[in-house]
Each structure stands twice: as C-alpha cells, then as structure tokens.
Design a protein around this ligand. Structure first.
Ligand SMILES: Cc1cc2nc3c(=O)[nH]c(=O)nc-3n(C[C@H](O)[C@H](O)[C@H](O)COP(=O)(O)OP(=O)(O)OC[C@H]3O[C@@H](n4cnc5c(N)ncnc54)[C@H](O)[C@@H]3O)c2cc1C
Length: 430
C-alpha cells in the first residue's frame, strides 16, 4: 500500500484497536506515534500475574465468526499457538439447582426443547411449555422489543429465567428483560417474526461456523497484542508507554497532544481509548454510560476441583452470588493447566456501579458456584482487575471533528472479532 501524501499521525491507546490502526497507517507510509497511558501495551488484551503465572487480564478468547482474528493470527505467524477451549459444558447455578447448559441452544434458547439436558434444566413442565413454541401463531416482533418479554410469551417464564437470563447477564451484562432483540443479534427481530423463536435460534446456531465458537492462544490472547506491537514497531511505529494524553488542541493544520512527559504534534489523531477517555479528551464525542466489570482471579490449592465439577465455568442466576459468572480457567484451557500444575485458577466476574473491593466475596462466591466448600487456607493468591466501559455502545460519528478518528471501544466496537473486522475494512490513511 502507498500513500499520496505521507502525514504524521498520533494514536491514543495501545490496545488492539490502536495497534491495528498504527500498523495500517505505517504500512501506508505515514509516520506514526502511539501514546499509551499504562506502562505496557495491550489494553484489555494484556496480562496480569496471578500466583506467578501470566494470565489474560481481560479478554481470554476471541470469536471465530468471520475468521477475521484467525487470519490476523496467521499473518503474525502465531497459528501454531491457536488453542480451542476443552469443550466441557458451562453450567448454570440457580437458587435451588445447578445444571449444565443444554448442548443444543443459542443465547440460552433451547433448540431441542425435549432433550434430557433441557428437561434437567427446566423440569418436564417447563420443557413442554417451551416445546410448543414453533406451533404458536407467528407475531410481529419490533427490533426494539425486549428479548425477555418476547421469549416469556413464546417459551414461558422458566426457559427465560433458567436459561436465557443468566446468558444475557453473562454476555451482555444486562437483564434479559432489558435487552433489545436486535441488540442481542442484528436482524433477530425480523427472523423471529418470520420463523418463530426456536427456529430462528436453530437457524443462527446452524449458521455458526463449525467447530469451536471461540478460540484462544497458548500463553493467552495477550500474545496477539504483543505480536501486533512488535509488528507495528518493525513497520516503524514509535510506541511510547506511560504516556497518558491529558488534553489535545487544534494547532495550525494539525493537533497538539499533551502528556506529563511532554507534547506531541501530529497532522491527524486516532483515538483508540475507551469511550469515557475519548469523551474526556474530545468534547464532541458522545458520552455513553460507563459500565464497569471487575474480574477476580483466585489461585486455589483444591484437589476437590480436579474433577471439574462445573465444567469450564458457570453462569449465575441473578441473586445467587454477587459474581455473575465464573470461569474455571485450569479446566477450560489446557495451557493454563500445564502452566499451573497442582492448583486451580478460577476467575469470577462482577458488574460494578462504583469502585469496590470484591476480595471479601470471592471465595464464598467461588464455593457456591463450584458447589465445593473452599476455605481461606486454600487460597494461594487473589488478584482483582477492574475494567471501565465494559459494554461500549456505538458512536454516531467516527470522525466527530475533522482529523480525529475513533476506532475500537471508542467507536463502540466490542470484542476482538469486531475490532479486527473493522480494521480490515478501514480506509484510514489511504
Ligand atoms: C472483562 C472483559 C473481558 C473481555 N473478554 C473478551 C473476550 O474474551 N474476547 C473478546 O474478543 N473480547 C473481550 N473483551 C472485549 C475486548 O477486550 C475489547 O473489545 C478490546 O480490548 C477493545 O480494544 P480497544 O483497543 O478498543 O480498547 P482497549 O483494549 O481498552 O485499549 C485502550 C487503551 O487506551 C489506553 N488509554 C486510555 N486513555 C488513554 C489516554 N488518555 N492516553 C493514552 N492512552 C490511553 C488504555 O490504557 C488502553 O491500553 C473483554 C472486555 C472486558 C472488559
């Protein structure tokens, strides 16, 4: 790729979106500086040390949808590091029962309603109620209808409360009764109108790529952002860590950015921070609610977990624990089990309104969700990480001011697959 008029660009943030933009711009012949607030690259795709082991601090896998991330992994020479999760089912823990997530389903919608695992989850009455759905009259579903409300009508309350609600809470961080149908999946309302809910879910599931819906990397997905940073540097990008941009202003034809360490001038700027950070720097960027998620990782001496009593992890029904979900990392990822012999790593996730220390809840929540009594003396290490802007919403304008471009979370994209896809379509600097 070449560029008619090479320019200087500054990228704010060295998460995946900033690093992808930086290497794209450098490959097109521009001069690029990345300014990163933290002392390391990666953003939410970076590492945290737990009990001497480098674990993913935020993202731990990526969606295989579209094959976007796998292509990037190949381009970066990391294909031999691709790993699939072990495939143990996730469980759901409710106030009075724990059950594996039914094998045939999509977003918690059971697509084979009378399968034994659905009867185990819903009871025979609940399963029969869900099973009649394909024979109910079709209804016109508006894109902004609430998924919970539509599903309660069509499948009954039990399927919604026991299967769909914990999935919505785990994936979208919101109650299923407050989740718009088309926010759960684009075009879903029209599909339910046409086919009904179970057939629409079955259709989505059948069209998902074969094999695992998510993959990881041996060593953690942070391996990807490390490789992106190395590749960007090799293309001539300068990455400055420990350089939080505190303000920026227009000067002549370009922009001046300030950090504690000094100022940087550029013809154009890419904002690749979280949305709240972007809105703090650029008043024209729409503000969006800042949902926070805390991840608490426990390293445990607990041979009673060797049998992986809850498969790869658990989704909690609201109210059972403060935690909304638990990942049994040593059960889910072989590379974690290999690196952490004779111990178990479990990661709990919490939605937060304000900053809070969750250590006092973590062990009791882990015991409850894993169905195994665990004592303080079994805890080898406990590490909490808090992430802001955990559910970004789409920005109306990707270039709110001429010369300022929003990418990644700042633009409302969430997940590596969506961010890599957006980068591959990008015309930035062309
Ligand atoms: C708990 C959690 C788990 C997740 N799990 C997954 C998963 O399993 N799979 C998946 O695909 N996605 C997952 N995601 C989403 C994924 O991590 C994000 O979509 C992705 O990291 C966003 O990339 P980004 O580069 O836009 O932003 P970020 O990764 O947030 O990077 C932004 C960077 O900007 C820096 N920055 C902010 N302000 C400034 C400033 N003023 N000056 C300089 N630098 C600044 C930050 O320090 C940070 O490094 C998860 C997210 C969270 C919160």
């Amino acid at each position: 790729m070449s560029v008619a008029e090479p320019r200087s660009w500054t990228v704010i943030g060295a998460g995946p979106a900033g690093l992808l933009s930086a290497r794209r711009l450098a490959a097109a012949g521009h001069s690029v500086t990345v300014l990163e607030a933290e002392g390391h690259v990666g953003g939410r795709v970076s590492r945290v040390r737990v009990d001497g082991l480098d674990m993913d601090a935020g993202a731990e896998s990526f969606a295989t949808r579209g094959g976007y991330v796998e292509r990037l992994v190949e381009e970066l020479g990391l294909t031999d590091r691709l790993v699939a999760p072990t495939g143990g089912p996730a469980w759901i823990v409710g106030p009075d029962r724990a059950y594996p997530m039914p094998a045939a389903g999509w977003l918690g919608i059971p697509t084979r309603s009378l399968a034994p695992d659905v009867i185990r989850a819903l009871g025979l009455g609940g399963a029969l109620r869900a099973a009649v759905e394909p024979w109910l009259p079709r209804e016109l579903v508006a894109p902004d209808a609430m998924l919970g409300e539509v599903a309660r009508r069509r499948l009954g309350d039990r399927a919604v409360e026991r299967l769909m609600a914990p999935v919505a809470r785990g994936i979208f961080s919101r109650p299923v009764d407050e989740l718009r149908v088309d926010a759960a999946a684009g075009g879903l309302a029209a599909e339910i109108t046409e086919r009904g809910l179970i057939r629409a879910a079955g259709h989505r599931r059948a069209n998902a790529p074969a094999g695992s819906a998510v993959l990881g990397l041996d060593g953690g997905v942070a391996t990807l952002t490390d490789a992106l940073a190395a590749d960007a540097r090799a293309k001539g990008v300068s990455i400055v860590t420990g350089a939080a941009v505190s303000s920026l202003m227009r000067v002549d034809q370009g922009w001046r950015l300030w950090t504690e360490a000094g100022r940087y001038d550029a013809d154009a700027v890419v904002v690749a921070s979280s949305r709240p950070a972007a809105a703090a720097l650029v008043p024209q960027v729409e503000r969006a609610p800042d949902k926070q998620v805390a991840l608490v990782t426990l390293s445990l001496d607990a041979p009673e977990l060797d049998s992986h009593p809850r498969g790869s992890g658990v989704l909690a029904i609201d109210g059972v624990t403060r935690a909304k979900a638990l990942t049994h990392a040593t059960a889910k990822w072989r590379w974690v089990a290999r690196e952490a012999p004779r111990r178990h790593l479990v990661r709990l996730s919490y939605s937060l309104e304000t900053a809070e220390d969750l250590a006092p809840f973590a062990l009791a929540d882990a015991s409850r969700l894993l169905g195994v009594p665990l004592k303080d003396s079994q805890v080898r290490d406990l590490v909490q990480v808090v992430w802001h802007d955990a559910s970004p919403t789409r920005a109306g304008d990707r270039e709110p001011v001429p010369g300022i471009h929003l990418v990644g979370a700042a633009a409302g994209f969430s997940g590596l697959a969506a961010i890599v896809d957006d980068d591959q379509r990008s015309t930035l600097g062309a």
